[in-house]
Design a binder for this molecule. Structure first.
Ligand code: FES
Length: 198
């Protein structure tokens, strides 16, 4: 059987897609103000991840204007904000799909077939990792360990929803179910279930 050569993560500066002007909504401004006051005045930069999550939650991704807005609020340079955005895979610099499918590719999941899962997802969705399908429904990403290594291959959908033990041969059904039933089609996280949460 032929296998594709292993792909290794390469950190790359992501050029942000232009958007219009950006400012927090009054609700998000109030949330930011409440959180930033927990930090000493000379350490406002410590609120950068929260500030970015607020901006991304509001806009769907982080445009240059959104990053400038965050930089202004936490009193650092736009370049410092860009450094953080380019480091973390959970920040997006262009619009993403309704469902962002994050496939864990770290060792345990890799040994359990994660690369085949990603290949099948690419084939079924018609996109490569890092891309969004033309309907704006799915974005496919590869990420590092999601912390459920004995239940691989593990997928995280958006920031909150979870699917475990996705076999490559079940990918097409998985995509169809996600498309028709939404996150209700997912297995969820076994730790939540064992802890009494669903
Ligand atoms: S290696 Fe995939 S969840 Fe840890």
């Amino acid at each position: 059987m032929d296998y594709a050569p292993a792909r290794f993560h390469a950190s790359a500066r992501k050029l942000a897609e232009q958007g219009g002007d950006f400012a927090y909504t009054p609700e998000n401004q109030a949330k930011f103000d409440a959180v930033v006051q927990r930090y000493p005045a000379d350490q406002r930069k410590s609120a950068i991840l929260y500030a970015l999550y607020l901006a991304q939650g509001q806009q769907g991704y982080l445009s240059p204007a959104a990053m400038s807005h965050v930089a202004h609020h936490i009193r650092c340079t736009a370049a410092e904000v860009e450094d953080v955005v380019s480091y973390y895979t959970m920040f997006f610099t262009k619009p993403v799909g309704k469902y962002v499918i994050n496939v864990c590719r770290t060792l345990s999941c890799a040994l359990l077939g994660a690369e085949r899962v990603t290949e099948q997802l690419s084939e079924v969705l018609g996109i490569a990792p890092g891309e969004t399908d033309p309907t704006g429904t799915f974005t496919l990403l590869e990420v590092e360990c999601l912390g459920a290594c004995d239940r691989g291959p593990v997928l995280m959908i958006n920031d909150t929803d979870w699917h475990e033990r996705l076999a490559p041969e079940n990918v097409r059904t998985f995509v169809d179910d996600l498309r028709t039933r939404g996150v209700g089609a997912l297995t969820g996280c076994h730790l939540h279930k064992e802890g009494g949460k669903t």
